[in-house]
Design a binder for this molecule. Structure first.
Ligand code: F6P
Length: 567
């Protein structure tokens, strides 16, 4: 059986009204009829050039080619109808108007305000004013650091900036600074430290001069243990290596929690604000992006914001068939909920986009990895697909075997800049050819005749079976004319809105993340216990003799072993 032969056996959520239930049944029937038709395959679908044209969309300089997706106009129309029956227009207005759509935390979701400098995307005026004031402070700070006006405790200029943050306070800036390396033309260099593992900060600091290093402590909450621990390590490093340093010359904070930042010792004038209406994974546009601004400068950062703002405008004003985030979300829903795909691969054909898969993992899975509807009932649908990936062409030599011949249905987003700041045109044509070839192979596969082994001595039938590739595997091509600040901003905003549209279809809140809280709380207790010298002996079963188990038996046994191994 090939992966696309199966249909998800999903039922509509109980909260759905009759109209949505009916549309869902029609979508399922559509998929079953297509499977039973004389030309059921994706290979046959792509011969319809009118259909293919309808699956090409432009958005803020990006071009999206979804012709290799297993749907025609009839199916797309049904999916659009389902989206509109899901009160999509109302939710979209509520997002941009700043209504508290993150209802479990009673918060608005206004990352779009961070890039709406001219107000055309309907951001409320007071919020725009607040954002503008912050952006001006960010730009001034960044320019002082870039030009050497900001000097260190020893009176020297800053050569290295280290961003201390994790999750949304790390992944966005890390992605953007790496992707825009050709735009980082002047010092300082920017580094990222996130992990609680001390190797992360130690290896970074080993390469730096404390007299010329500035730390940005990025933490929306200023309570995240990993970030605070790394900030303490950075402070100790400065204290150990400089003579009674003035730490205000070496620390900037970005947070909603100014009291905690100042209790840590960051000067009030060195703190940039953040607001509860910006989710961590949507915060690269805010002062959390200060490291980006320092790396690429205010003009390029404004271009980055402009690319995102143009996607916001497109998302609000384009009719459904040409609305790029809507199209991508509908296709993702189709693959997950109709055809049963569990995962979704992201493969950028650009070394500089190497952090895009991990960035999208947080954006998509922390947003939509939920099993409750907005009203608290359990959902009966599969929600967020598992996002994973790696850069092409490297990925071709690791997991593409599974993409081509494995038993899973895995839709792939191929992301390809049309030009390259490095190498010759021919060099970049090599990259383009690989990207196109992968999509073509996924689509067309290799039939049994062409799979016949060329080696006359081989058992040709057997080897042909192994060489045969089914094809008909879906992919989407997203191209950027150039990997620059504007188009990177567009690309990120495209995925942000896609994620929002999927949440509308599933009727879930994409903006809370309660699922990460329990592990944080448990680790605090376990850390205390690991720091306590063991007074125990370990029995054959791994359980302690003397401690009363404070945990479930499996956790207690692991804890006991780790405590014993420490001693
Ligand atoms: O992992 C949970 C989370 O709250 C993310 O949503 C967030 O991006 C990250 O931790 C970091 O949080 P903070 O910026 O508050 O340190």
């Amino acid at each position: 059986m090939e992966p696309f032969d199966t249909f998800a056996t999903q039922q509509p959520a109980v909260a759905w009204d009759q109209n949505r239930q009916d549309l869902w049944q029609r979508i399922r029937q559509y998929a079953q009829q297509r499977a039973a038709s004389p030309t059921p395959t994706l290979k046959s679908l792509v011969e319809d050039t009118a259909r293919n044209t309808a699956l090409h969309v432009h958005c803020a300089g990006l071009h999206i080619d979804a012709a290799r997706q297993n749907v025609d106009q009839t199916g797309l129309q049904l999916l659009y109808d389902l989206l509109h029956a899901s009160s999509f227009n109302t939710w979209r207005d509520a997002l941009f108007n700043g209504n508290p759509i993150n209802h479990t935390e009673k918060r608005a979701v206004l990352h779009t305000a961070l890039r709406d400098s001219d107000g055309r995307n309907h951001t409320p005026a007071p919020i725009r004013h607040t954002v503008k004031t912050c952006f001006e402070r960010m730009s001034t700070l960044a320019q002082r650091i870039r030009t050497g006006d900001w000097t260190s405790h020893t009176g020297e200029t800053i050569t290295d900036v280290v961003n201390l943050g994790i999750g949304g306070s790390d992944l966005g800036p890390r992605l953007v600074v790496r992707a825009l390396e050709p735009f980082c033309t002047i010092q300082p260099r920017v580094h990222f430290v996130a992990n609680a593992d001390p190797a992360d900060i130690s290896l970074c600091l080993d390469t730096l001069n404390p007299a010329r290093t500035l730390f940005i402590v990025c933490s929306k909450s200023f309570t995240t243990q990993e970030t605070l621990r790394n900030a303490e390590r950075a402070r100790s490093w400065l204290l150990d290596n400089l003579d009674e340093p003035d730490l205000s010359k070496h620390f900037i904070g970005v947070t909603t929690n100014l009291d905690a930042a100042s209790a840590f010792g960051i000067a009030v004038d060195n703190c940039l604000p953040l607001w509860d209406w910006v989710g961590g994974r949507y915060s690269v546009w805010s002062a959390i992006g200060l490291s980006v601004l320092i790396a690429i400068g205010p003009e390029h950062f404004s271009d980055f914001l402009r690319g995102a703002a143009d996607v916001d405008h497109h998302f609000q004003s384009s009719d459904a068939p040409q609305n790029a985030p809507v199209l991508l979300a509908l296709l993702s829903f189709l693959n997950s909920n109709v055809y049963g795909a569990q995962t979704h691969a992201i493969v950028p054909y650009a070394t500089l986009l190497e952090h895009l898969p991990s960035y999208l993992q947080q954006l998509v899975m922390e947003s939509n990895g939920k099993s409750r509807l907005r009203n608290g009932a359990s959902t009966s649908f599969t929600t967020s697909p598992i996002i994973w990936g790696y850069v092409g062409t490297n990925s071709q030599h690791s997991f593409h075997q599974l993409l081509h011949q494995g038993t899973h249905l895995i839709p792939v987003d191929f992301i390809l800049p049309e030009t390259n700041a490095f190498g010759s045109t021919q060099d970049h044509n090599t990259v383009k050819a690989h990207c196109l070839a992968q999509m073509q192979a996924l689509l067309t596969g290799r039939d049994t005749v062409s799979a016949l082994a060329p080696d006359a001595n081989a058992d040709t039938t057997l080897v042909a079976q192994h060489r045969m590739m089914s094809g008909n595997r879906p992919s989407t091509l997203i191209t950027l004319p150039i990997l620059d600040p504007y188009h990177l901003g567009s690309l990120i905003a495209l995925y942000e809105h896609k994620t929002f549209v999927e949440a509308c279809l599933w009727d879930i809140n994409a903006y809370d993340q309660w699922g990460v809280e329990l592990g944080k709380a448990l680790s605090a207790t376990l850390e205390d216990q690991l720091n306590t010298a063991p007074t125990i002996s370990i029995t054959d079963t791994g359980m302690s003799d003397t401690d009363k188990p404070a945990h479930d038996a499996a956790t207690q046994a692991s804890l006991d072993r780790l405590r014993a191994s420490r001693s």
